[in-house]
Design a protein around this ligand. Structure first.
Ligand SMILES: [Zn+2]
Ligand SMILES: [Zn+2]
Length: 327
């Protein structure tokens, strides 16, 4: 592939999707293209969708004949900064940004996608919005996002597609056409929370009880609520839907796990209008760096030796499987 004018990212397209898509539709493997752009840097071993160093931006901008801003707009840096103010690019986890758990070229978590969006694309591509942790469903198609292959269970890793795959819509492990994934409707309550969060993000401010707070503070408080002790998911109901709650960080969870937690968050948010429920008040105090008295009282003084519950063992086992990409 030679340098010169090349197609830029599509509407809201992630950087890695753009590079892999252009390479494949030009008949070459993404690795070949990126080795030509950055001969001394292995872009696929890092989460390049989050941010790129200026020197790397300059090289890819020059290769594609695009302004550097066009390249950075395909990363999540701008969104991360709007969410959190300043942000260190090399932090292992950015709150509210889905983490893919990079391990060399492999990922422990799949790239979320809407099968119908991929099916409607001329050249299937992956959107920036699908990496926002509060986005669990497609607002266009009402479908729950998916992050793995329906046939073999492998996580979606479009960056590992090769020229022979033909596009970014096939499972790299078994070749299944991800556009044929069975559609599941997204939970209506979780979708309600998603719409609210998007509104807060876009407007730059949100309501908390009778007060108006900045969007970054709103997301900080909401993230503080999204932990399993405060935002309890009905495990039996979740398991019936095929959802395993295994105590991973919110950003490491798949769409179906996050959806279950957001269902609970939506109920907590609806209560913020009245007297703040205990969990919501706790989140506000936590974010101010204070420890609520009630929370310190509930800490047991002595640790009792008790047998490990079966559910806990199953959780640990599920986490081990996840770490080793076995589900
Ligand atoms: Zn869609
Ligand atoms: Zn597969």
């Amino acid at each position: 592939m030679s340098s010169g004018q090349k197609p830029g990212p599509l509407d809201r397209e992630l950087l890695t999707s753009w590079l892999a898509r252009v390479a494949i539709h030009d008949g070459c493997d993404p690795l070949v293209l990126t080795s030509a752009i950055w001969p001394k840097w292995r872009v696929w071993t890092v989460d390049a969708d989050r941010s790129l160093a200026d020197e790397h931006v300059r090289r890819v901008a020059s290769w594609f004949g695009l302004p550097p801003e066009k390249v950075t707009s395909a990363t999540l840096m701008g969104i991360g900064q709007r969410l959190h103010g300043s942000l260190k690019p090399n932090l292992p986890l950015w709150p509210w940004i889905v983490s893919l758990g990079n391990r060399n070229r492999l990922r422990r978590a799949g790239m979320p996608f809407c099968p119908e969006c991929l099916a409607s694309d001329t050249q299937p591509y992956y959107r920036l919005d699908w990496r926002l942790a509060w986005i669990v469903g497609c607002e266009l198609h009402g479908a729950r996002l998916v992050d793995r292959c329906e046939r073999c269970g492998a996580v979606a890793e479009p960056h590992r597609s090769v020229a022979a795959t033909g596009d970014l819509a096939h499972c790299v492990a078994c070749g299944f056409d991800l556009r044929c994934t069975q559609r599941s409707p997204v939970d209506i309550q979780a979708l309600g929370f998603q719409l609210l969060a998007t509104r807060v993000f876009n407007s730059g401010a949100g309501d908390w009880g009778n007060a108006s707070i900045s969007a970054s503070e709103w997301f900080r408080r909401m993230r503080s609520l999204a932990i399993k002790d405060l935002c309890k998911v009905d495990k039996r109901g979740a398991a019936a839907l095929g959802n395993r709650q295994i105590g991973l960080w919110f950003e490491l969870q798949g769409p179906i796990e996050r959806e279950a937690r957001m269902r609970v968050l939506s109920r907590l948010v609806s209560e913020v209008d009245g007297p703040p429920p205990r969990a919501v008040g706790y989140a506000a105090v936590r974010c101010q760096g204070k420890r609520p008295r009630a929370a310190t009282k509930s800490v047991p003084k002595k640790i009792k030796m008790v047998p490990i519950a079966k559910a806990r063992v199953q959780e640990d086992w599920a986490r081990w499987l996840r770490r080793n990409r076995l589900w």
